[in-house]
Write a protein that binds this ligand. Structure first.
Ligand code: GDP
Length: 195
């Protein structure tokens, strides 16, 4: 995929603010710090269009990034903040659920997990929830450069087992440091956009 232009469009706090271009949307889910912003930046060859390490818990918004005139990356608010109250969590859940179940432009969800650790309870519930809703998911294991190549398979196995990974879903090992997985992920995204 040749990215000629990428721009931040809006931090949407309600459906009325979602873009009306009708372009396909690829959403990113994952806990804070998993590497969502870094992945977006790597995919579009930019150093810091997507803000890295934004304050956890503060961003209950859907951040839209427009790529060429082709698609949007939609950064979903990170989940799994220990300090967030139950009512805030519920509000988060309703907002995201509405987006996931009603947004026709949504073509694929990239669920990011850190390759170094077994997925958390929140990661597991998120994946289960996405599957329950019948949505197409690609699991992206981030920060592959942080463990040695000889350990990759062991970690991939642990991630898949812990998530209860469905073999029909796609799985990509990714590094925003080295660019590993970038081309493969673009291929998967383009395939889903054509759907
Ligand atoms: P976000 O909160 O999910 O958007 O996570 P960020 O993209 O801000 O990344 C959190 C931290 O992890 C930052 O310090 C990044 O530089 C680092 N990071 C993200 N992806 C990678 C990666 O693939 N490799 C390495 N080594 N560090 C990464």
């Amino acid at each position: 995929m040749k990215v000629n232009n990428a721009e931040f469009v809006i931090s949407a706090v309600s459906p009325s603010q979602y873009p009306e271009d009708g372009l396909p949307e690829i959403a990113l889910a994952g806990r804070s710090n998993v590497g969502k912003s870094s992945l977006i930046n790597k995919m579009i060859n930019r150093k810091n269009l997507a803000r890295t390490s934004s304050k956890p818990g503060k961003t209950q918004t859907l951040n839209y990034y427009k790529i060429n005139e082709d698609l949007f990356f939609v950064d979903l608010p990170g989940y799994g903040y220990a300090q967030v109250s139950k009512s805030e969590r519920e509000r988060w859940g309703k907002f995201i659920e509405q987006y996931l179940t009603q947004r026709e432009e949504l073509k694929l969800i990239l669920q990011l997990v850190d390759i170094r650790h077994a997925p958390s309870k929140d990661d597991q519930s998120m994946y289960e929830w996405l599957k329950h809703l019948g949505l197409p998911v690609c699991v992206v294991a981030t920060k592959a450069d942080k463990i040695s190549r000889s350990q990759w398979q062991k970690h991939v196995k642990l991630v898949k087992q812990t998530l209860g990974f469905h073999s029909a879903d796609r799985f990509v090992l990714f590094s925003s440091e080295t660019g590993m997985g970038k081309d493969e992920l673009w291929d998967i995204i383009l395939e889903k956009m054509a759907w």
